[in-house]
Write a protein that binds this ligand. Structure first.
Ligand SMILES: C[S@@+](CC[C@H](N)C(=O)[O-])C[C@H]1O[C@@H](n2cnc3c(N)ncnc32)[C@H](O)[C@@H]1O
Length: 331
């Protein structure tokens, strides 16, 4: 190796990125972050609480210190701030289910070289299949990720003080936006459009949150189900635009404009990339997920959203950072 050559450890860390997925997914499966939070601070204590081998526990702890999620001080382990905020079970923003889901999905990446050659899924696509059981696993696991975005959107739109408004959530999934927004505004009502088994999952969440009496669901395909005319004050399209191509997105956004009352607001939440495709990193990398799983999806640029929204009849478009996602608000 010559002196001016970079060291290989950065590339090696990236090539072995699946080690991090494995260690975090396995630690989540055995509730290690939760046990750490509750005071188990050695491999022996954690192994006893989790009822797993001490050798396996020590290996996970080493990996978690290696990826920077767990801290070691004088022989005692504890969660770092990110693990404490996002990997302890029972906290609203907990990502432990998502970590386990990603570990399960990892094998699918083996197809990526073929998918890249073909320009799309080589087996069955995920997003275009009606009632795909894939969503039943995905939506509860991603719900926590939408809590900060839903909370920010409620602030941006002033939902808490907006009175008896009517909300439409297209592809609402777990129902997490309706839960957060109906809690914020006790006079609001929400309707979610999604596949029937997914709406059943959402109803359970809304019951748990005590707001199910103001929640309605409509079963069906959002490409073909009528949204109505001038019925809603707020419409939501969260983490859907990335599974669709530009034409489909423009068509849905135009129907959402029609479904909104004059002055009503549309909120899009998604992984949005800069106009020159130079960043941010997370949305750029997420594009591979959509190549793998959808025929036409991708991570779209700010200028794409702006262009589609104007074509769909909206006049005023603003962008709000909700890392790693972006909220697009259109009126
Ligand atoms: C990535 S999840 C997003 C869920 C939720 N909006 C969120 O941000 O957490 C996509 C959701 O869209 C639903 N979906 C996908 N294609 C659909 C279609 N053609 N018609 C109705 N729902 C669909 C899925 O069932 C799933 O609930």
């Amino acid at each position: 190796m010559t002196n001016n050559q970079p060291a290989p450890d950065g590339v090696l860390r990236l090539i072995n990125g699946y080690w991090a997925t494995g260690v975090i997914g396995a630690a989540s499966a055995h509730s290690l972050f939760t046990h750490l939070e509750n005071g188990a601070d050695t491999a022996a204590k954690l192994a006893a609480r989790a009822e797993i081998s001490e050798r396996g526990t020590q290996t996970l702890l080493d990996g978690l210190v290696g990826v920077g999620l767990v801290q070691l001080h004088e022989g005692r382990y504890r969660n770092g701030p990110e693990a404490s905020a996002y990997l302890v079970e029972g906290k609203p923003a907990s990502l432990t289910s998502f970590a386990q889901l990603k570990l399960k999905h990892m094998g699918g990446l083996v197809a990526l070289p073929d998918v890249v050659r073909a320009g799309g899924p080589v087996t069955d696509p995920t997003t275009e299949v009606a009632d795909n059981p894939h969503w039943e696993e995905v939506v509860p696991a991603i719900a926590a990720q939408s809590v900060p975005a839903a909370t920010l959107a409620a602030e941006v739109l002033g939902l808490a003080g907006a009175g008896p408004i009517s909300i439409l959530d297209v592809g609402g999934g777990s129902g997490i936006y309706s839960a957060v927004w109906l809690e914020a505004n006790p006079q609001a009502r929400a309707t979610q459009l999604d596949w029937a088994p997914i709406n059943a999952i959402a109803r359970r969440l809304l019951v748990e949150r005590g707001v199910a009496d103001r929640f309605t669901s409509v079963d069906g395909d959002f490409h073909t189900t009528d949204f109505g005319t001038a019925q809603y004050d707020v419409a939501l399209y969260s983490h859907i635009a990335h599974q669709e191509g530009p034409e489909n997105n423009i068509a849905v956004l135009a129907r959402l404009r029609q479904a909104l009352r004059p002055g009503g607001a549309l909120v899009i939440c998604d992984y949005v990339v800069d106009d020159d495709r130079g960043g941010p990193a997370f949305p750029l990398i997420f594009a591979a997920e959509m190549l793998l799983k959808s025929k036409q999806g991708g991570t779209w640029r700010r200028c794409d959203y702006h262009d589609w929204l104007l074509k769909a009849g909206f006049e005023d478009v603003s962008f709000h950072s909700a890392p790693p996602a972006t909220l697009v608000v259109a009126r």
